[in-house]
Design a protein around this ligand. Sequence first.
Ligand SMILES: NC(=O)c1ccc[n+]([C@@H]2O[C@H](COP(=O)([O-])OP(=O)(O)OC[C@H]3O[C@@H](n4cnc5c(N)ncnc54)[C@H](O)[C@@H]3O)[C@@H](O)[C@H]2O)c1
Length: 456
Amino acid sequence: MSKNKRAIDRRSFVKTTLGAAAVSPMAGMAWKPFAGRGGRSEILRVGAVGVGGMGWNDLRNVASHAAVEIAALCDVDKNQLENASDTFDEAKKFRDWREMFDTMGSSFDAVIVSTPDHMHAPISMTALMENKSVYCQKPLTHTIYESRRLRDVAIRKPVVATQMGTQNASRISKRQALSMLRDGIIGELTEIHAWSDRPAGWWPQGEDRPAGSDPVPSYLDWDLWIGVAPMRDYKKDTYAPFKWRGFRDFGCGALGDMACHICDTPIQAFKLYKPKSVVVEATDATDDMFPSTERVIFEMAGVDASGGKTVKFSWTDGGRVPKHSELNIDEDFNLGQNTVAVVGSKATLLVNMDGDPPQVFVDGKLKDVTLPDMPEQNHWHQWVDAALGGSQTQSNFGFAGRMCEILSLGALASRFPNQKLAYDARKMTFPDFPEANQYVRGAYRSGWDVPGLELS
Ligand SMILES: NC(=O)c1ccc[n+]([C@@H]2O[C@H](COP(=O)([O-])OP(=O)(O)OC[C@H]3O[C@@H](n4cnc5c(N)ncnc54)[C@H](O)[C@@H]3O)[C@@H](O)[C@H]2O)c1
């Protein structure tokens, strides 16, 4: 057995490193090979792009599936690449993902994309165009246009399996909430309110573009890190690692970063996919960064669950929480953080991203409810199984593209704070506010055209 497959004791890794969020569905079961999508082998050969930070987590989780062979590793940071290669020493190493695709060709079947957000769609689209399955971190995309295109291409490729990296979506609590909402526990849907403690204390937002520059460290390929974004000077401890999230060129702010984990349940349960308008209430948004705190209010087109009536979907970040009265929950209840409240005519359902059981409130009071039985699931293994011929994934691009289009809309609207923007989803335009249209797609840096994401 190669070191790539034996390097990790799968079950102990899953138990000790990831806790309840990632319990192997294979535990206690003999592994049974799948027929393979499109006649592929029963082994899934995976290339991983971005192997530091969350990428290291993704890589080890995917590799802990018995049918996975890690074929290639790619990182613009030499130290991260060498670190991953110490464990997966038979995988080929790359600094440039384009070279990985060019030279490896058909000798890998699937890709993990765990880079900063601005590179998700270019790498994922390249993989899709080559019929490779994709596990891409959240948020799936950086712009409205990328969300629409990735979805459109993915749903037309039944041979590939896709999964956005919202591992919490596979937790029992989130799937219980999904099932309870679909079963009508709240009555008629009226409003959705979500809130997060980010970015405060996690990463900066609401500042002007950093001045000055520092020498690029020898281990980092800054040109490749910038990728499709406009070139800017390197600055130590400013962008890479991790702090790029608050910059418009690279991240999607707290909304893009956290709402994927928090708001996915009601959006998926009710197929609440059509924003009609958005307004971002904020005071310190800049050209370069998202605001340090904001309230984003979407008007969503009515769905069956709302009796066809428009649904208010509100997001608050920076640590503020909505008023209890908006949620129909008594004042003495601690609302916590990183939570969504789904408000209906009969009840309010609350679920957070931390795996706590969903809570139901009737007339403001917490009510005892029987939670549906759910089996354990592992988000990463579900994707591997799907790529080898298994069933649907929880956060496939068909859904993730829809949700990230909504979040990209909110991120875009923070460029025009306190201005209500009507959105024409069919045309992907702002009919009354043409200044905003230029940000629907953005422009990739010269020399970085990506087949599948070109201007149409
Ligand atoms: N699902 C989750 O719970 C979760 C948690 C954290 C981060 N994330 C997501 O994971 C992604 C990465 O976030 P992070 O915090 O790990 O960032 P990070 O900056 O800490 O790490 C990114 C890694 O990708 C590498 N990289 C950057 N550009 C690259 C490129 N073009 N090609 C190859 N490698 C490249 C970096 O060198 C680094 O190793 C983001 O999309 C983020 O939203 C998800």
